[in-house]
Ligand binder design. Sequence first.
Ligand code: IPD
Ligand code: CA
Length: 293
Amino acid sequence: MDAIVDADVAVARAARRRVPQHQYAGGVPHESLLTTARTIALRAGELARLRRSEGVEVAASKSSPVDIVTAADRETEALIRGLLADERPGDGFFGEESGAERSTTGLTWLVDPIDGTVNFLYGIPHYAVSIAVVEGEPDPQTWTALAACVVNPATGELFTATAGGGAFLGTAPIRVADAVPLSQALVATGFAYDSTTRGEQGRLVAELLPLVRDIRRLGTASLDLCFVASGRYNAYFERTLSPWDHAAGALIAREAGATVKGAGDARPDRELILAGHPDVAADLDRTLGQLAR
Ligand code: IPD
Ligand code: CA
């Protein structure tokens, strides 16, 4: 009996060795996690698009009068949460609009059902469903992101990545733009919902603007990171993001060759996320440090 168990263990170990370790977590291939993320993100995107076409109203405000949630945000998160619970029982859940669920498997899903809610409210076709699965606690300082999917239901664009497996727009591999001097860089950013923080961010952007090609603020952090990944921006930075805003986009940008970092040696968190070609990210990081003094 013991010999059979030993043989089974040996077969399982051999099978694991055939799959590169970076594509295999807790007994689940990253590709299979990505299939789950992609299937659910597409279904959620269909729901969000339908609700948008029916008309959208503010349901409530959250951290400030301009930080809003719509019924569609809540309904879309409930759909994603239910589908994940059916397909991956025991995995943790950490979403923007509903309470967190601890993991019993070591994997946790980070979900923003509608990133770019203000665009969604105004009918601007630039919002996203963002889903990532991470190993470890849902803490960006310690988690290992395994698979990620960001879909813009209004355009149909679908960005994906797995750890070590590269980043894609649809079926096409994507890469960050080549390095350029900061003076030639198109730099995206975003602003917090808190008015005092916005004032500080506005002053910083006013100082940065003469030093770069131009600034963009399109209003959806997950897509900002995907636009870095696909070479549409040279760099992106923002303060005060939450884990669900950047979990998926950060993996996609990193897998496309970007540096994605926080303040100093930290990984991205509320304090800062900065992404771009490694050389451009280093220049922008240095320049922001000087401007902030
Ligand atoms: C927001 C968007 C926006 C960013 C904000 C986020 P939400 O997410 O990603 O681009 O500037 O900081 O909170 O509220 O639309 O899910
Ligand atoms: Ca959101």
